[in-house]
Design a protein around this ligand. Structure first.
Ligand SMILES: [Zn+2]
Length: 626
């Protein structure tokens, strides 16, 4: 191995330790994606043409992130002139399994006339190792008539589609030209410009643009046989054929959520159009905030809008995350903590403090469970995890969401809601279109409090930022999320635990909002030692878990209670559930609870069915079930 063949290292002190790319020397400005989809081969074939800006004109090479796709050729584009460029792939990189195999392109020697900008075109083809893409068989879709494909690029999966500077530190304009056979609709997270049909090839070509600079993790593609229903002037929803009306009803409040966020943050929705796409069941998340095209799990189609807080969350990302972006994955809470804060602010404005506090309580119980699962000492239990050399998704839990929210809730409580709202407005205004770490917010907060808040200096002295950011384990601060709805849930929980329940309690339960039901069930899980056989039978029979139709948020919690109390009367329902939804929030705790009861059966079941899950879900589940 000669000197210039050496493996690429990542400096532990660099801005983003999850990228190999030398983006501080030469920086991507705009990418033009061409992708042709072939369902029979399960491939995307095409090119990515990127315009780079030289930051350091002495740069001799361009290093890009890559994990999976084959590279056919690399070319320099200068007006009409096309020059092939030499490249190599660092196949033996020490982090090849977690961060990939960097692509190193030798830059031309321009002598002393290095241009400002550089345009490079790379031809790629994906294969089954490209874990950011999932191709679904017809049987894995709602209609079972057509294939489906979707991408999930967050956190570092964009590099499994094509080579790119896969870091949220660098934002890009994107244009996409997508090709697929009729009757499929090939979607992109941007605004559609035009679509044409080529009779000879039977292919539809659609062009999109994303005019607001976005980080690579927000690049999103999806393709299926789809219908579209308009919700309002700027909102709409794509679904597989036959689900449109149901989805339209479920997500009717989208416009109201956008307006509420606009009013609170004092900034108009920047992205013009807000569309949703309901994915097949294997989508591993609740939602993904892809710009102009939020992806959502079909488990939200509960029939009663009871799970619409996920939509409020994804809409909030239009400001926190998509406009102001975490600059690296150590600061993931800068995306998610702020977005949970906004999601609950929308709940507070529309439904009152009680509902907001209840959501906070449910989240609080959730994060305690996650911390217990991770272990109090785990780096993933703090807001500043050590992720050097690992895939940042390995530590995916609610910690950055809930601990991030708790910090913001605390900061708001110190100065009051009005002043905090002004800070949020200033924050979005100052950092829109940029990528930052939490110090960006800290400086806006401190600046405002010092200058505008009574006794501001004293308040600032109280805040131990270092402790909030770096403390591992359970939250050290005692929160008081006062909620009558939460109290009602605890009261009914105690009634069951003490054996004093009656058949009338079913009416109370059934009429509760999903959040109250969830808090009730989480209260029982917290007190699982007290759920003896009598209590269990009463819960099952009085609340009708064998007969009533409950949504998946409720069902997954009930299954956990059933399995944790060592009952097997729901095993068949559990199996059915695990094949109906691939959302990690549900399948992980249900699988893991089942594993505690029946390790052999649960592992065999997972082994047999694991290919129905998204590659990411498969990997997380395999950690325990392999
Ligand atoms: Zn989010």
């Amino acid at each position: 191995m000669s000197d210039d063949q050496k493996s690429i290292k990542i400096d532990p002190k660099s801005e983003d330790i999850s990228t190999f790319s030398n983006f501080t020397q030469i920086q991507q400005q705009k990418v033009e994606i061409f992708a042709s989809l072939d369902f029979s081969k399960k491939t995307l074939t095409g090119s990515i043409t990127t315009t780079y800006k030289y930051i350091d004109k002495t740069s001799k090479e361009l290093i890009l992130d890559l994990k999976g796709p084959k590279i056919e050729k690399v070319e320099l584009i200068e007006n009409e002139k096309i020059t092939p460029l030499q490249f190599r792939i660092d196949l033996n990189n020490e982090f090849k399994d977690s961060l990939g195999t960097p692509l190193i392109i030798k830059l031309p020697d321009f002598q002393n006339e290095t241009p400002e900008l550089l345009k490079i075109k790379i031809d790629y083809i994906t294969d089954e190792n490209c874990t950011g893409i999932q191709f679904l068989e017809k049987e894995q879709t709602f209609t079972k008539q057509h294939y489906f494909m979707f991408t999930q690029c967050e956190a570092i999966q964009c590099r499994t589609l094509f080579p790119i500077q896969d870091t949220p530190s660098s934002k890009i304009l994107v244009e996409a030209t997508l090709e697929v056979e009729k009757p499929y609709k090939f979607l992109f997270g941007g605004i559609e410009i035009e679509s044409s049909y080529n009779e000879k090839t039977n292919k539809i070509i659609t062009k999109y643009t994303q005019k607001i600079p976005i980080p690579s993790y927000l690049i999103a593609l999806a393709c299926g046989n789809l219908e579209y229903k308009k919700i309002s002037e700027r909102c709409g929803v794509y679904t597989e054929i036959g689900l449109g009306d149901k989805a339209k009803y479920e997500f009717e409040d989208s416009e109201k959520f956008i307006e509420t966020a606009e009013n609170y943050l004092g900034r108009k929705y920047d992205w013009e159009i807000y569309n949703l796409l309901v994915l097949p069941f294997s989508f591993p998340y609740g939602g993904m905030e892809n710009p102009n095209l939020t992806f959502v799990t079909p488990s939200l189609l509960a029939g009663d809008k009871s799970l619409s807080n996920v939509i409020a969350h994804e809409i909030s990302h239009s400001w926190t995350g998509n406009l102001v972006t975490n600059k690296n994955w150590k600061n993931f809470w800068v995306n998610e903590g702020f977005t949970i804060f906004m999601e609950r602010k929308i709940a507070e404005i529309l439904y009152g403090d009680d509902m907001k506090n209840l959501e906070s309580l449910v989240g609080y119980e959730g994060v305690l469970k996650d911390i217990e699962m991770l272990g109090e000492d785990s780096t993933y239990t703090c807001l500043n995890p050590d992720i050097y050399g690992v895939d940042p998704d390995d530590g995916f839990t609610t910690v950055p969401y809930e601990k991030g929210f708790q910090l913001l809730f605390y900061l708001e409580s110190l100065i009051g809601k009005n002043d905090f709202q002004n800070i949020m407005k200033n924050y979005i205004d100052k950092y829109k279109f940029l990528s930052i770490d939490y110090n960006g917010f800290k400086s806006v907060y401190e600046d405002y409090v010092k200058n505008k808040v009574n006794k501001g200096e004293e308040i600032l002295k109280e805040i131990d930022w270092e402790k909030w950011i770096n403390s591992k384990g359970k939250p050290f601060y005692k929160f008081n999320f006062e909620s009558k709805l939460g109290d009602d849930a605890v009261k009914l929980g105690d009634k069951f635990l003490n054996g004093n329940c009656s058949s009338e309690d079913k009416n109370v339960f059934v009429n509760w909002h999903t959040n109250v039901k969830m808090y009730f069930l989480k209260y029982l899980i917290k007190n699982i030692d007290k759920v003896n056989n009598d209590v269990y039978d009463k819960l099952r029979d009085v609340l009708g878990f064998k007969s009533e139709h409950y949504n998946m948020e409720i069902l997954n919690l009930w299954f956990q209670i059933s399995l944790k109390t060592k009952h097997d009367d729901f095993i068949e329902d559990v199996k059915k559930f695990l094949l109906e939804i691939g959302r990690l929030k549900f399948v992980r705790p249900v699988y893991f609870s089942w594993y505690e009861l029946q390790p052999k059966e649960s592992k065999e079941f997972f082994e047999k069915n694991k290919m129905v899950y998204h590659p990411f879900a498969r990997r997380i589940l395999s950690m325990k079930l392999k």
